[in-house]
Design a protein around this ligand. Structure first.
Ligand code: BMA
Length: 340
């Protein structure tokens, strides 16, 4: 039993592999059979990467960024018995509007999947006269209803919290530009109904730590724990050869999640394996989901690798929370409530 409690249902059959001997730095280790999703995973799709999964029934379900053979990304549904081997639908998800008419985004990428109460929500990046946030809901993974554009462009990396806070839906996002955005902090917005959003607050900024000095963005949906909301996010640095995306860790206040309690000054995982360093976009580790078991404290992190593959990494809640706390550096823009 872990000391830090994960507040979520147990996941008895979650994917897992014990830590190898002699981990040098952060207590995060890769699955030895990575990548779990390779190239050409389904007819018409050349690559699946930045994607989100969750427990469902006796197995797992997920929404996957599938880069079609015409180069355009859309969202595909996948199912798995073990969270490691996936079967994908051959057709991309067909969204409808609230009247039930077809309402397909022109493109859709970087989906997150979060259950709040009895409904599953998918958030992604889509075209709304520029990069913006898409949002849809489903109760059964058969009908997917898009909620009309919740935010103005330009914005990306929308991540919903897995429960309402103070009676409101709470969403993280990263205002951006319409290109490969050379800046970016994480903000939070709340809504009573997922239609009207307000009370926008700054959560955390890119930092002076070199690995996240260009921009950051929400990653996997925050995990509720007895220490606060634990979130794995992405941090980006710039090099003479382009951006490098690493995975960072932060703990947000449970009632006021625009307040950072602990933020790890070190990355938790940075590209070093062939599938992270080599691909369509080299040097990218981009977390979009975790599966976490409250009975054991085990956490599996799903991340896109080199915009080409899906990788899986593991940690344990006690170890990761201790590491984040021991290596925490929080600055004023992170610890304040975030309204000006
Ligand atoms: C970001 C997004 C991600 C991608 C990353 C690295 O701007 O487009 O989908 O993984 O760049 O290319």
């Amino acid at each position: 039993m872990s000391e830090v409690k994960i507040i979520a249902p147990p996941v008895p059959h979650m994917p897992w592999q014990e830590a190898p001997e002699g981990l040098a730095d952060a207590p995060v280790w890769r699955y030895t059979e990575n990548p779990v999703i390779g190239r050409n995973p389904v007819k018409g799709v050349s690559r699946i990467f930045n994607s989100a999964v969750m427990p469902y029934g006796d197995g797992f379900i997920g929404v996957f960024r599938g880069e079609q053979v015409d180069g355009i990304p859309h969202i595909y549904l996948g199912r798995s018995d073990d969270g490691i081997h996936w079967n994908f639908d051959e057709e991309k998800i067909a969204f409808v509007d609230e009247e039930g008419n077809p309402f397909q985004p022109i493109y859709a990428y970087d989906p997150r999947l979060v259950k709040v109460e009895d409904t599953y929500y998918i958030m992604w990046c889509q075209d709304f006269y520029g990069a913006s946030i898409g949002l849809a809901k489903t109760a059964d993974f058969k009908t997917f209803v898009r909620v009309e554009n919740p935010f103005l462009p330009f914005n990306r990396n929308a991540v919903l919290f897995p429960r309402k806070i103070g009676g409101k839906f709470v969403l993280l996002s990263r205002p951006s530009d319409s290109g490969h955005t050379p800046f970016g902090d994480v903000f939070l917005s709340e809504s009573p109904d997922l239609v009207y959003w307000g009370r926008h607050r700054h959560v955390m900024g890119k930092s002076s730590e070199w690995w996240e000095s260009v921009k950051i963005g929400g990653g996997a949906a925050p995990i509720e724990t007895s220490e606060g909301w634990l979130m794995f996010y992405h941090g980006v640095t710039g090099t003479c050869n382009g951006y490098v995306y690493s995975i960072g860790g932060v703990i947000l206040d449970i009632d006021n999640p625009s307040v950072v309690k602990y933020r790890c000054k070190n990355f938790l995982l940075t590209p070093q394996e062939w599938y992270e360093e080599r691909g369509f976009v080299p040097n990218v580790a981009f977390p979009c989901a975790t599966v976490h078991d409250s009975a054991t404290g085990r956490i599996a992190i799903y991340y896109g690798a080199a915009d080409t593959y899906v990788g899986l990494a593991f940690t344990e809640v006690d170890k990761i929370v201790s590491y984040i706390k021991e290596n925490s550096v929080v600055r004023e823009p992170d610890t304040e409530i975030g309204k000006r």
